[in-house]
Design a protein around this ligand. Structure first.
Ligand code: GDP
Length: 365
């Protein structure tokens, strides 16, 4: 499964947020294929469409789709030089597919800030620089080998060396791989290196209770947003302490607490949606009287691969998919009505699954 790593300097609220994630956690019995690891938190992806489908179909069971966050503790200045947890920490980041970077945007005299004062941009740059330095090292190592082959006029090596040099120059200017414009072919060439700064990132601004309730961005958040805008990255504002309180409540209690606070939804929901988006993920549904269920897929995959998410047998024996879009199904009011209106489509092996598709797979066993 795809996972998002939570990173940030010490004392910014990572653990508080991660604990809220695990506390709110999904019922793991439903997700036997998910990682079991204390550093991994599995959350249910909130989706109103699933509630609507449940009302329409009244199944025995409803199962949301889930999403993983990985807690990556221990980054400090000097990590790329092996200080603190250093290399171990970097190897954990290497394994995630996207990064949620938590930034301290609250004042609190009682909570020490590692660099002595709250300065979100300097915090962001501290971490980004460590990642850039680690990438620089990887690129230089690789370049040493590749340039030898390039000297012998090896075409592939020459192409790779060109990309590596482009990246090297960016890293030397303290710019991330993300900010370097690369063609799809160039991206393929460096794919196997698992560079840290090529991973998509979103920023999580952790603000105080008061600032969250005030509903306006504080000065710190404004700075983070301006910084993120330059990278085309998204910023989610949360108050980790409130998330932590919310995660201990369920159902009606949670709703009441949210209403008391005057906020529409937990920050965690915003974070889950943003991370989902960042990874290019979408949701399709299976809907029957036994079970209505949401499934996560990577945008762009075809029907047989989507079927394979449920079970490898579904992919192997795939015959066709019967598809109705969520909107059409809701508008029609029932599957029968959707069929009468010609909204139920038969799709084959080449069909590219869309977000919100409600699908019955037909397959040989
Ligand atoms: P980590 O080192 O990044 O994992 O940070 P922690 O989650 O352990 O938080 C460090 C300290 O900041 C703890 O004492 C938290 O209670 C506190 N903290 C975290 N989030 C908030 C917040 O939203 N508001 C305030 N005032 N304190 C917070």
């Amino acid at each position: 499964a795809l996972t998002t790593g939570i990173v940030g300097l010490p004392n910014v609220g990572k653990s508080t947020l991660f604990n809220a994630i695990t506390q709110a956690g999904a019922e793991s019995a439903n997700y036997p294929f998910c990682t079991i690891d204390p550093n991994v938190g599995i959350v249910e992806v909130p989706d109103e469409r699933l509630d609507k489908l449940t009302e329409l179909i009244v199944p025995k069971k409803t199962i949301p789709t889930a999403f993983e966050f990985t807690d990556i503790a221990g980054i400090v200045k000097g990590a790329s030089k092996g200080e603190g947890l250093g290399n171990k920490f970097l190897s954990h980041i290497r394994q995630v597919d996207a990064i949620s970077h938590v930034v301290r945007c609250f004042d609190d005299e009682n909570i020490t800030h590692v660099s002595g004062q709250v300065d979100p941009i300097s915090d962001i740059e501290t971490i980004n620089l460590e990642l850039i330095l680690a990438d620089l090292e990887s690129v230089e190592k690789r370049l040493t080998r590749v340039s030898k082959m390039a000297k012998q006029k090896d075409k592939e090596a020459m192409a790779e060396a060109a990309v590596l040099e482009k990246l090297q120059a960016a890293f030397e200017n303290e710019m991330s791989a993300r900010s370097v414009e690369l063609t799809d072919d160039e991206k393929k060439v460096i794919h196997g290196m698992h560079l840290l700064t090529i991973k998509p990132v979103l920023y999580v601004a952790n603000v105080s209770e008061e600032d969250l309730l005030a509903g306006e961005d504080n000065e710190y958040v404004k700075k983070v947003k301006a910084y993120a805008a330059k990278e085309g990255a998204e910023v989610i504002t949360v108050c980790a302490r409130i998330e932590s309180e919310l995660s201990e409540l369920d159902g009606d209690e949670k709703q009441e607490f949210l209403e008391d606070l005057g906020i529409a939804e937990p920050g965690l929901n915003k974070l889950i949606r943003a991370a989902y988006q960042l990874l290019g993920l979408a949701t399709y549904f299976t809907a029957g009287v036994q079970e209505v269920r949401a499934w996560t897929f990577r945008k762009g995959i075809k029907a047989p691969q989507a079927a394979g998410i449920i079970h490898t047998d579904f992919e192997r024996g795939f015959i066709r998919a019967e598809v109705v879009s969520y909107d059409d199904l809701i508008a029609a009011g029932s599957e029968g009505a959707a069929k009468e209106q010609g909204k139920l489509r038969l799709e084959g092996k080449e069909y590219i699954v869309k977000d919100g598709d409600v699908i019955h797979f037909r397959f040989n066993v």
